[in-house]
Design a protein around this ligand. Sequence first.
Ligand code: FES
Ligand SMILES: [Fe+2]
Length: 387
Amino acid sequence: MLEFNHLLKNYQEGKTLPQDFYTDSNIFSEEMKRIYFKQWLMVDHISRIPNPGDYFVFDAEKESIIVIRGRDNEVRAFYNVCTHRGSRICLDEEGSKKLLVCPYHAWSFSAEGELKAARFMPEDFKKEEWGLRECHLKIYEGLVFINLSLDEPMNFDEFIEPLKEMMEFHQTSKSKIAIRKKYPTHANFKLVLENFQECYHCPTAHPELCAVQDKDWVVAMGAGIGTAPQKETDEYLNKIKPWVEECKKNGTPSEVYLETEEGLQKGLNRYVDRTPIGNGNLSQTKDGKPASSLMGQFKEFIFKPISLLESEVELIWLVNEEAEENKDFKPEEVSYIWDVTTAHDTTIIENNQEGLLSQSFKPGVLSENESAVTYFYNWYFTNMQLP
Ligand code: FES
Ligand SMILES: [Fe+2]
């Protein structure tokens, strides 16, 4: 039983969570253990490390992971922790190295994680027993996933299965990174995720996104299916029927995957959809025109909790691997809509955190356009094993 079970007494369905969930550091460390370190986390695109020895470091909360391509071309993930006395090994965010040399006493590790050199060690010291500690890693459609669980993680194939059709359609394995941007956010990670569960804030906060999307989409689909009142949802689905028919004829996906009851019980909350942009626009760009050739542009969000009141969102925009910068696409055009949108989100999330810290704060009532926030809380309670 968790010592903070009693906090749930102050939670009422249909309202936001009580203040302690955002301010208590014990809850935060429990969340890291029970949620963040158990999920498969999408951390980057494989095109970031094309050659043997290329690596990048993924930091989240107190963990730091080196993702590196070995001389055998296999990509592996290791804890950025020296097996000698525990120092960080890679201090740069990315690079390319034949050997990973610890900056403390120069123990050296190969790109496959084996200990190669350690000076003055006792005679019975066996180098082969002191390689870097591996972290679970999977690559799917060019996307790199890690899992920080020290035990056997949840089965990756089972996790990805329902999302496959949509992901394969977009062919992210045949893409490359056009541009990446980081959005450090002074707020608890749950506020960041809550913000992504609703588009109730879109008409106020995101004029650029609302200008390119159909306004009925903003209400009914802005945060995914089922997040608007039934009437608005039905009207929208009715409106896009011709598009769905068209997709069926062309054999392109038009479906929505909403987490099943069974998935929820396992602590999963997967969602994928594909809907038309509307207003005759072909792409989520400033002028609605395609920003690149072929696949157009595709974005990936990475969410990182840093500490109780610090998070980071990172966005990677992908374009077809054949597209040439400045000829077929301009990075700033590709990123425009979701860059301004995410920057605005950062501001509103930080405003939210500041107000939430006030002694006067009381959980507020959620609108009918924010039902996925309650859905998110239920997922959260399941993972936290709260009754
Ligand atoms: S801690 Fe890395 S070599 Fe000593
Ligand atoms: Fe937003």
